[in-house]
Design a protein around this ligand. Structure first.
Ligand SMILES: Cc1ncc(COP(=O)(O)O)c(C=O)c1O
Length: 363
């Protein structure tokens, strides 16, 4: 399989990726919701442009490194998801705005608002902000309704910060494995946002945008009554996490890591994809990825450059040195970030390559 390629190598089945992109855009359009895909999954301006060409409103980035790479390829409408805190971030965001960036920034603190107000007044432009809500992931974001309303009122008092609405990322959703549990979690997030939107309406600060992140939530978007915008990232490729959450099938997984068997022991084989190719993210079901076409095998352990592949039933592995395996990572976003380039393929034909230009951009 792909004997002429060096490994480990990211392969993207182009037809599957194209289908995933179109299906999500069609779902959003059919439900009357805007789509702002999170580009941290692919970190590629070329793929972001494909999402925009299909109808996305803009893109989301986590970090300013990603924003800069995307902006340098002409992508100006960007939501910046990571809290902007401190003078270095302020200077960098201002510089990107001078280069043409039109940011929509998530905030959950008075410090974050002050930083944006300072940039906005210096540049003579109002910056759009969304209040980040914690819907259960327990990361950043406000949970208590009075605090959300107070934050919106604080934003409304600023001259160069424009209150646009609410944003959340239900990254906890879909981890329990049962479809019923996933739907219940999605409905709980929807109920919380609906209630907050009601509070804001009563405070005469209606949210124009209610933005929900995550491919699992977006896959079940027919349950969302208040969202105006979806921000899925993983959906472009899918991974074992989206499969286990019933938001994709194995056949919807577009990206695999091509690897080579480099050593055979009695009860395991070693492939040349370790934590620096697959990332270490786990799933509820264990292992470090799914080996295409080999349900009898699993990736048992990883060290940096070695993946230990064993039989699910513990018996001797039936692999040969030099054999190629394609592995679907558990979490495609962290895996892609480890690579500089991916190949677009159709079965065994290489159609082209994609630069993962923002890989490693963590600032
Ligand atoms: C704020 C935010 N929005 C959207 C997403 C996209 O989620 P997913 O990759 O699960 O589709 C993420 C993912 O981490 C995120 O952190």
């Amino acid at each position: 399989m792909f004997e002429w390629l060096d490994t480990p190598q990211v392969l993207i089945e182009k037809a599957v990726m194209d289908r995933n992109l179109k299906a999500m855009q069609d779902r959003a359009t059919a439900l009357g919701k805007r789509l702002r895909p999170h580009s941290k999954t692919h970190k590629s301006p070329e793929l972001a442009r494909q999402q925009l060409a299909l109808g996305a409103d803009g893109i989301m980035v986590a970090k300013l490194d990603e924003a800069s790479v995307m902006l340098s390829q002409g992508i100006v409408e960007q939501s910046v998801g990571y809290p902007m805190i401190g003078p270095i971030k302020a200077a960098r965001l201002a510089e990107l705005m001078l280069r043409g960036l039109r940011p929509r920034v998530s905030v959950d603190s008075p410090e974050g608002i002050s930083l944006l107000q300072a940039i906005g007044s210096k540049l003579g432009r109002a910056i759009e902000v969304l209040i980040e809500v914690n819907t259960g992931l327990n990361r950043a974001g406000l949970s208590q309704p009075p605090l959300v309303v107070a934050m919106a009122e604080r934003i409304a008092r600023q001259s160069h910060v424009h209150f646009k609405g609410l944003t959340c990322f239900g990254g906890h959703i879909g981890k329990q494995g049962s479809l019923d549990a996933t739907i219940a979690e999605i409905e709980a997030e929807d109920a919380m946002l609906r209630s907050l939107a009601g509070d804001l309406n009563r405070a005469h600060l209606p949210p124009e945008v209610v933005s929900q992140g995550g491919s699992i939530v977006a896959h079940f978007a027919e349950h969302l009554r208040v969202a105006t915008e979806l921000r899925p990232g993983t959906y472009i490729f899918n991974d074992m996490a989206t499969v286990q959450a019933h938001a994709a099938q194995l056949a919807d997984c577009a990206a695999t890591i091509l690897s080579t068997v480099v050593s055979i022991q009695r009860e395991w084989a070693v492939v040349d994809a370790g934590s620096k190719s697959l990332s270490t993210d786990g799933t509820r079901e264990g292992g470090f990825g799914h080996i295409l076409g080999r349900p009898d095998l699993r990736v048992l352990r990883l060290s940096e450059e070695h993946g230990i592949v064993a039989r699910v039933d513990g018996g001797p592995v039936s692999l040969a040195i030099g054999e190629r395996l394609r592995i679907i990572p558990n979490h495609i976003c962290t895996a892609i970030n480890l690579h500089r380039m991916a190949l677009l393929v159709r079965d065994e034909d290489v159609l082209g390559s994609v630069a993962i230009s923002a890989a490693g951009g963590v600032h």
